[in-house]
Design a protein around this ligand. Structure first.
Ligand code: NI
Ligand code: MN
Length: 248
């Protein structure tokens, strides 16, 4: 009988308890993450996104146990009520967005505010500050714009939401060991390529997934230029095809 060394045994045990995190891009700022046996959908905007439709994304095929909403602009919540009602997912967002959902007759929400965190069945979600605005399509108040830290299966993911570059990100980097950051790079309404690269420095993460680009004229970007800018700064920028995914 072969005796396993302590190292081999602990490595084996670790691989048993560490599950892969799958990050799938659904266009614009919409992602589906599979972790801890659950599906998390961020900022659902599919049926009115021509690029998502063209890529064959069908909202009716989408699994969601949780829907995380960074803010209430229509390019982030347009499919929220539809997807929530279809999946009965728990919606995690600002108090104001969750209260608004309640008025639409959807009660399965979990309100958070900045710095607040909650342990769910797959892991913990913490709300982070974003420098952006937030209002519903009719102009009514929707709380403040935010991002999320996701802690699950020993991994930490940062989804910044729509945001400009802000020194608050340095705190996020100082207090967390982020494995992957999903950052907007489309400019005009959010950070562009250069500021997103600074944001990656601030949060101390070299593994970046691009968000909020190409969907409409204001935010069209040069992919090669973006990737090489990050590369020159020692970082990897993943510009996923819609429907494409990476694993952590
Ligand atoms: Ni926005
Ligand atoms: Mn947006």
């Amino acid at each position: 009988m072969v005796q396993k060394s302590k190292f081999v045994l602990s490595y084996f045990e670790e691989t048993l308890i560490t599950e892969i995190m799958n990050i799938k891009y659904l266009g614009h700022a919409c992602f589906q993450i599979y972790i801890g046996g659950k599906y998390l959908v961020f900022d659902p905007f599919i049926r009115n996104n021509p690029l998502a439709i063209e890529a064959g994304i069908n909202i009716d095929d989408l699994k969601a146990d949780y829907i995380l909403v960074s803010h209430a602009h229509s390019d982030h919540i347009e499919d929220l009520v539809y997807l929530a009602q279809k999946t009965n997912a728990t919606v995690v967002s600002s108090y104001e967005v969750v209260a608004w959902l309640g008025k639409q007759g959807y009660a399965n929400g979990h309100p958070l505010n900045v710095s607040g965190k909650w342990a769910f069945d797959f892991g913990t979600i913490k709300m982070t500050p974003a420098t952006h605005s937030s209002s519903f399509a009719d102009g009514s108040y929707a709380g403040i714009a935010a991002g999320f830290l996701i802690y699950a299966e020993g991994k930490t993911l940062y989804f910044s939401g729509d945001t400009g570059l802000t020194s608050d990100m340095k705190i996020i980097g100082d207090l967390n060991k982020i494995d992957c950051a999903i950052l907007p790079i489309g400019d005009n309404f959010t950070m562009g390529i250069e500021d997103a690269c600074h944001a990656a420095d601030f949060v101390k993460c070299n593994n970046i997934v691009a968000s909020h680009f190409d969907t409409f004229g204001y935010i069209k970007i040069d992919h090669e230029k973006a990737i090489s800018h990050f590369k020159q700064n020692g970082k990897e920028l993943h510009i996923l095809k819609i429907g494409g995914s990476i694993e952590l």
